[in-house]
Write a protein that binds this ligand. Structure first.
Ligand SMILES: Cc1ncc(C[n+]2csc(CCOP(=O)(O)OP(=O)(O)O)c2C)c(N)n1
Ligand SMILES: [Mg+2]
Length: 555
């Protein structure tokens, strides 16, 4: 008799399995191919299980737990698949917290396996190694789904439930805790097959209403966030049908190819927001729009979001569709043709307006010249990972992105150090395409210890460090707003070339965009070891006037 999908599968082999082995087998059954991890005594038996399964599940160890969680995040973002990491409790968990927090803000499916003190002593405050008060409580503040593995019979199902939770509704990270004396216990009764994620039925009446509103709109516009990354074809078709510009700033870049003149980023996007009569928001918080640009009665907002609660934040949308963007947009595309007004082509207008903003962005020409060199050398499907640095701010505005999931920019967390470590995970998960990370001298050293992991695990990431000898962004603010009261913003740096070479990476220093071009060409052709390229720069012109531009509606 065939078992129904989702039912536990008992087998004779599981009887001798440990809790750890059940977790590992369940991860493998869910398609996990790698775990990013840093060992310690609480998890010794988990690593013993990973050792035995090493032909089927790779363990990539890092030098700091922040590296482990960020690498898992980068792998999840680049592959579009859930990824896992494992760390010890207490400091291990806290060291990994930036990655978890960023995964939460980016709705990325990252599973943390976190050790615990002896099961019976949890909560007793006895002072076990790495004990932390109310670890479960701390975890519950960081993720929506968390569980303590209570015994071998619970391990496989707990793992499957965590993976399902990560992929249901608004995706996001999850954590499983397991005590030092629980990993090795036997008594597994069955392995849990993957449980299908919860899928919402599409509200077809709401889709028809959205189609009517969009079809009648005079100046429709689409705004994409990270939730639109898997709906590129649909957004592209809808943009053409409606002659609607598609705005993406960070997480939504690449959904509509930048070579399409309807693909816009911030300054032009804000201008178009001020003119739009109907806006379709796809998987975005609409943060700039609500917080800075304004809304009014002349603008009808239609939202598609995986999270029903998102519709209630700021103000309720006229039409609120909850679920995955792709099938909802497919339904919308099917409903629209009969309702769509005849539309004059806007291509020439969009080309002209793009050209006007390109000229205005010449204010940040030094950054743009470096971005052009990087874009020209990075293949079309190569992945660019930004960072909170001058070149990162410019990239969010002006780096052309051709494909979904090829521009990784953290959401609202913007944690320094994310770039290098996250890019390592992206490059590890997507060995088939080159990955390019950029950092400032400040951000790079947050996670630079992972150069050792890059060399050890042969991850051929190319990293460009723009070195201005400062927390440049902070320094500029101190100069411009606080009467040049410079404090805690100057940096004494290592020799980055010697630093990179000492790890066994290829390292080079270049000064001009043209030199950067050649260095990148060599690095992408070689790809046998990680490459570090240092670019010494002076103070760069401020991009902020193109980012925080103020209200355009609802004055
Ligand atoms: C974890 C974290 N701590 C502090 C900050 C605040 N911060 C934002 S930009 C910045 C300076 C960045 O310096 P650098 O990486 O050298 O880039 P630059 O601005 O010089 O190009 C700081 C300290 C942050 N974003 N993240
Ligand atoms: Mg700097």
């Amino acid at each position: 008799m065939r078992r129904k999908r989702g039912k536990p599968v008992p087998s004779a082999a599981v009887a001798t399995m440990t809790t750890a082995e059940a977790v590992v087998e369940t991860l493998i059954a869910h398609g996990f191919g790698t775990i990013y991890a840093l060992p310690g005594v609480q998890n010794d038996l988990l690593f013993e299980a990973l050792f035995k399964a090493s032909g089927r599940l790779r363990t990539v160890h890092t030098r700091h737990e922040q590296g482990a969680s960020l690498m898992a995040l980068g792998a999840a973002l680049a592959s579009g698949r859930p990824q896992a990491y494992a760390v010890v409790p207490g400091p291990g968990l806290l060291n990994s917290a930036t990655g978890l927090l960023t995964a939460y803000s980016m709705n990325a499916p990252v599973l943390g396996l976190v050790g615990q003190i002896p099961h019976a002593d949890i909560g007793r405050g006895l002072g076990h190694l790495h004990e932390i008060r109310d670890q479960a409580g701390i975890i519950r503040r960081l993720v929506d789904h968390a569980a303590l593995i209570r015994g071998p019979e619970h391990a496989s199902r707990a793992t499957a439930l965590a993976v399902r939770a990560m992929l249901s509704g608004r995706p996001g990270p999850a954590v499983l805790e397991c005590a030092i004396d629980m990993w090795g216990k036997t008594g597994v009764d069955a392995l849990q097959r993957p449980l299908p994620p919860a899928v919402r039925k599409i509200d077809i009446d709401a889709v028809r209403k959205a189609a009517r509103l969009l079809g009648a709109a005079k100046r429709p516009m689409i705004v994409c966030g990270g939730g639109a990354q898997d709906a590129s074809a649909e957004v592209t078709a809808l943009s053409a049908m409606l002659q609607a510009p598609v705005l993406a700033y960070r997480r939504g870049r690449g959904v509509l190819d930048s070579r399409n003149p309807f693909s816009v980023t911030l300054p032009l996007g804000r201008e178009l927001w001020g003119e739009a009569d109907v806006a379709l928001a796809v998987g975005t918080r609409l943060l700039f729009q609500f917080r800075e640009w304004g809304v009014d009665r002349d603008l009808t907002i239609i939202r598609i979001d995986a999270d029903a609660e998102q519709h209630e934040r700021w103000q309720r949308a006229k039409v609120a569709l909850t679920g995955d963007a792709k099938p909802i947009l497919q339904a919308l595309l099917a409903e629209l043709p009969g309702r769509n007004a005849r539309r004059a082509p806007r291509r020439a207008e969009m080309q002209e307006r793009q050209a006007k903003w390109r000229r205005r962005l010449e204010k940040i020409a030094p950054q743009i010249a470096f971005l052009e060199a990087m874009r020209d050398e990075l293949p079309e499907d190569g992945i660019f990972v930004d960072e909170v640095t001058q070149l990162g701010f410019a990239a969010r505005l002006a780096f052309p992105v051709y494909k979904p999931r090829t521009f990784l920019s953290p959401g609202y967390q913007d944690p320094l150090g994310w770039g290098f470590a996250t890019a390592l995970g992206a490059q590890d998960a997507r060995r088939d395409v080159p990955v390019l990370a950029i950092s400032g001298d400040g951000g790079f050293l947050f996670t630079a210890c992972e150069l050792a992991s890059a060399v050890q695990h042969r991850i051929p990431l190319v990293t460009v460090v723009f070195n201005d000898g400062a927390f440049g962004n902070v320094r500029r603010i101190q100069q411009e707003r606080y009467g040049n009261h410079l404090i805690a913003s100057d940096l004494v740096n290592p020799d980055f070339v010697a630093f990179g070479e000492s790890f066994g990476a290829a390292a080079v220093r270049v000064h001009a965009p043209q030199e950067l071009r050649h260095a990148l060409r060599r690095a992408f052709a070689e790809r046998s070891v990680p490459t570090l390229i240092e670019v010494p720069v002076g103070a760069l012109p401020s991009p902020w006037e193109f980012i925080h531009m103020g209200r355009v509606r609802g004055r």
